[in-house]
Structures are given as C-alpha cells and as structure tokens.
Design a protein around this ligand. Structure first.
Ligand SMILES: [Zn+2]
Ligand SMILES: [Zn+2]
Length: 284
C-alpha cells in the first residue's frame, strides 16, 4: 500500500513555488507572468475576499472572546486537580487529544475542500469561502489578523470547553478523579483544534516567524512548511491534516481520503472538488 503514496520528492517538485513569494517569478512561463493563476490578483480570490462580511467578523470576535474565557477557566481547574501521580495520565491522554485534533483537522478540511459550494445558505459564504480562497490565493491567510485566522476554530471549541467546565463545577471529587484522563484528553484536543489555523498560517509564513515557532516546525511538533506544500498541489486532494500533520503520511498510505470520496460519490452521486475547480477556473 505504501507504494501508492505520492513520493515526497514528486509532490515537492510539483508544489514548489505554489506559495513561496520569492520563488514565484522563476517558474512562471512568460505568458503566465501577465495572467497569474493564483494570488491576490486572481479574479476568484478577489471575489471570495469581498464576501468577508461585518456579520462574519462579529461572529468571529464573539467566538474568540468566549473561547478564551472558557480556556482560562478550564486551565485553572486542570491546575487544581493535577498531581505528580497523575502527570503521566495527563501526558498520555493529552497526546491522544493532539492526535485526535490532527485527524479532525483533516476531516473538517477534507469535507470543506471536497463537498458543497460557496452558494450554499449560511455555511457556504461563512465557512466554505475561506477554503476556496485559500487554494487560489494561499498567501491570503498570511494577511489575515488573529481574529479572522482563528475565529471559526475557536467557535468549534466553545461547546467542548463549556461541557468540560460544567463537569469541573458540578461533579463530585471522586467522579472527577475517575474522569481526569478524559478531561485531559478533551482539554488538549480543544486547545489544538483552536490553534489549528494559526499553525496553518505559520506554515505559509516565510518571514518574521518567532524562532520558537520555526523550531517547533523543524521538529515536526506542529505542521512544517514543506510538509504542507504537499496539499497545495492541484487538485488539492491529499495531506489534509493541518494541526501537526502527523497523520498525513499514514492516511495517504491507506488511500483514506479517496476511499471516503468513493463512498460519498456512490451514496450521493456528487463529484469531489467541483466547486473548488470552478473557482480555480475564474482567471484574472
Ligand atoms: Zn485545502
Ligand atoms: Zn494551506
């Protein structure tokens, strides 16, 4: 099965310069230099960027605010309950939470990239639009501020963190001790879900990253820049996990995403990535 995985060299060669602003000019053919197929001047990218509304901005600000308050409250509870004897539990459960977050980042990313369209009510303009924009203008994310980058991911964590906090407040001590591994798992899962798009943004950032971020990328603790380029090869059909990226190669080896797409197409008749391809065709 491993032979079916795209070789790293093959993908990297194809993906080079997809989002590297320094490298772009050297690979464009002469005629393409006047009609770039990606970037801020792409007609589709401009149209998508203009769909970012005031209402969406308000939703993101509220999500970030509520989520941070819940994070702080849960963090205090974790500190209150953690002991030397349950430190290993915290680390193992936390690691499982991080791996789960990586998988969920891939699943959500795959769903948003592959199915649905920007024309769908509510979710189209608000939640699918950034995924379409990102493929035809991969550098746009580097121009988004903290709220625009992270608002949706922080929103997803609100029910998880509220559930976690309610348990800390309402459960008796004995029950909390028993469920401590689950609580550590959920806490780290929520943290890494919240940080996913920030980590993704760093993987597209070539200048001015703090040294500790570059170190975490180089050690592959978080998504490295070269690793994420594999996803940015048209038709953007692999390497969907964008939190740590640890699951990308194993999932590629077992053809996980194509298998899921075959099932969805068999059940619904929909073809994958049609809306994505339509936006990519809108030339500048
Ligand atoms: Zn994508
Ligand atoms: Zn990306």
């Amino acid at each position: 099965m491993a032979g079916q995985a795209k070789s790293e060299q093959e993908i990297l060669e194809n993906s080079m310069h997809e989002d590297d602003p320094n490298a772009n000019s050297s690979v464009l053919r002469e005629e393409e230099a006047f009609t770039p197929r990606w970037g801020p001047s792409h007609k589709g990218a401009q149209e998508l960027a203009n769909l970012y509304s005031r209402g969406k901005r308000i939703q993101e600000c509220i999500s970030v605010g509520v989520s941070i308050v819940l994070f702080m409250a849960n963090l205090l509870c974790i500190f209150y309950y953690i002991r030397w004897e349950n430190l290993t539990t915290f680390l193992v459960a936390g690691l499982c939470g991080i791996v789960s977050a990586d998988f969920m980042s891939g699943l959500a990313h795959w769903l948003a990239d592959t199915w649905g369209s920007v024309d769908l009510p509510v979710i189209g303009k608000h939640f699918l639009r950034p995924f379409r924009e990102h493929h035809i203008d991969p550098t746009s994310i580097t121009r988004h501020d903290f709220v625009e980058t992270n608002g949706d991911n922080f929103m997803i964590t609100i029910p998880l963190l509220a559930h976690l906090l309610w348990g800390f407040i309402s459960m008796p001590q004995t029950q909390l001790n028993k469920s401590f591994p689950y609580r550590c798992y959920l806490f780290l899962f929520a943290i890494f879900i919240a940080l996913t798009n920030q980590i993704h943004k760093w993987s597209h950032t070539y200048f001015g990253l703090p040294k500790w971020v570059v170190t975490l990328q180089e050690w592959h603790v978080i998504l490295p820049r070269k690793h994420h380029r594999y996803h940015h090869v048209a038709p953007h059909d692999t390497y969907y996990c964008i939190t740590t990226g640890w699951l990308n190669y194993p999932l590629e080896c077992i053809s996980f995403w194509p298998a899921l797409e075959t099932i969805v197409t068999a059940c619904t008749g929909s073809k994958p990535r049609q809306d994505d391809a339509n936006w990519a065709r809108k030339c500048s």
